[in-house]
Design a protein. Structure first.
Length: 69
């Protein structure tokens, strides 16, 4: 996973499974264009904008099967 993080840049398309509401055992697929990659109190995160216009900040520690296109 960490090799994917190093190659992630603004403008890339990120697709991953993520726990619903950030903490449940139900996974939801998120996909979108990366707008920002940063480091916060909880570790590495990526801010993505989906095709519908929704903006999400997703923690790399919680991502399951991240793929970068």
């Amino acid at each position: 996973m960490f090799t994917n993080v190093l190659s992630l840049r603004k403008g890339d398309t990120l697709t991953c499974k993520y726990p619903k509401h950030g903490r449940r055992n139900i996974l939801k697929r998120h996909s979108g264009e990366v707008e920002h990659v940063g480091v916060g109190k909880g570790g590495l995160y990526a801010t993505i904008r989906s095709n519908s216009g929704a903006v999400r900040s997703l923690s790399f520690t919680k991502m399951i099967d991240p793929t970068i296109a």
